[in-house]
Design a protein around this ligand. Structure first.
Ligand SMILES: Nc1ncnc2c1ncn2[C@@H]1O[C@H](COP(=O)(O)OP(=O)(O)OP(=O)(O)O)[C@@H](O)[C@H]1O
Ligand SMILES: [Mg+2]
Length: 337
């Protein structure tokens, strides 16, 4: 198994004079599902287009399976692409949509048939072979698009926000489906999303990007437990991030005395890490919303807004009333910057 199955070295990607991705280094392991995660415009699609051969790098090198493909045409790279809009042929059946690329390769009919059937089985669409795209749900159409790429036996499958057009339930279903297909076929997958829960749930490793650069790279549990920067922490759900100055927590709007000694210049808490109902601080309820297992409060405090989750069993505090709270040391994440 190659540790550098896809290798991007000092890759700079530009549109005209605008550099979208400067000096990117990234090694993708054979057979892994790696997620490119980051806010809109951070360079996820640009990076995918370069790997696919749809965008020529300004400088740097792309290697796939030991071969320098930097100047190789897109259709010679052995890459499969699945995009947000699945762009199926509306007049073709599911079977013919999946078989399309194989027919272009002028493969013998018997092989087209067996590979297409295998692809349809892999994505769990047996029985739907004759349906046209308009006769299938969004999730089923997305599976056809996935099968269409898989039957080409790609070295690498690139998926750019493939689930973003699906409703919440289908999205969850397709998440596990994609993971299963990936484990069954062993294909290396690069998956783009700006949804952190999607990346956390699916990926073997996450590349968190900001402004065309890698902010942090690690396993989902590493990123979730130990985001290294304020940006990463915010992306991983630490919604309360404050600077430490001397004995105080400081925000743009005010400060509160810190109850413990902090070494770090910043501290962050998830809403679930804020203690609600008791503590040395007080906040006025600005909003309160039911979130199933807990209640989400936004509190106005001397430190500005605090996002805090309270157990659903506790009595709801009305808007405008005060709640005591604490920002405990035990749930504080220290941040370098
Ligand atoms: N064809 C283009 N011409 C000029 N600039 C572009 C072009 N495509 C993208 N960019 C710019 O390059 C940067 C990265 O864009 P990219 O599409 O890679 O972002 P992204 O991370 O995929 O965002 P999103 O989550 O919105 O899809 C952005 O600043 C964008 O405006
Ligand atoms: Mg994009």
């Amino acid at each position: 198994m190659s540790e550098k199955f896809v290798s991007l070295s000092d890759l700079t990607l530009s549109y005209g004079s605008t550099v979208a991705v400067p000096n990117l280094d990234l090694d993708i392991v054979e057979g892994e599902l790696i997620a490119l995660l980051g806010p809109s415009g951070c360079g996820k699609t640009t990076t995918m287009r370069a790997i696919a051969g749809l965008l020529t790098p300004a400088s740097g090198m792309i290697e796939i399976d030991g071969q320098d493909v930097t100047r190789l045409a897109a259709n010679k790279r052995g890459i499969g692409l699945v995009f947000q809009s699945y762009a199926l042929f509306p007049h073709l059946s599911a079977f013919e949509n999946v078989a399309f690329g194989l027919r272009l390769q002028r493969m013998p009919e018997a092989e087209i048939r067996s590979r297409t059937e295998a692809g349809i089985e892999t994505v769990g669409l047996m029985g739907f072979e004759a349906r046209k795209p308009a006769e299938m749900s969004g999730g089923q159409q997305q599976r056809v698009a996935l099968a269409r790429s898989l039957v080409m036996d790609p070295k690498v499958l690139l998926l750019d926000e493939p689930l973003s057009n699906l409703d919440a339930r289908l999205r969850l279903e397709m998440r596990s489906e994609l993971q299963r297909v990936q484990k069954d076929t062993g294909v290396t997958m690069v998956f783009v999303t700006h949804d952190q829960s999607e990346a956390l749930a699916m990926a073997d490793r996450i590349v968190l990007m900001k402004d065309g650069k890698i902010e942090q790279l690690g396993t989902p549990s590493q990123l979730y437990a130990e985001p290294a920067t304020a940006f990463a922490a915010e992306f991983m759900g630490f919604e309360n991030i404050f600077c430490v100055e001397g004995e105080n927590l400081v925000s743009d709007t005010g400060q509160l005395p810190l109850g413990f000694a902090a070494e770090a210049p910043m501290l962050a808490w998830r809403p679930g890490g804020v203690q609600v109902g008791r503590g040395p601080f007080s906040g006025r309820v600005l909003s309160s919303s039911f979130a199933g297992g807990h209640r989400e409060y936004v509190l106005d405090s001397l430190l500005g807004q605090i996002k805090a989750d309270a157990p659903i069993e506790t009595v709801e505090v009305p808007l405008g009333h005060n709640i005591d709270f604490d920002l405990p040391q035990s749930t504080a994440l220290p941040l370098a910057a």
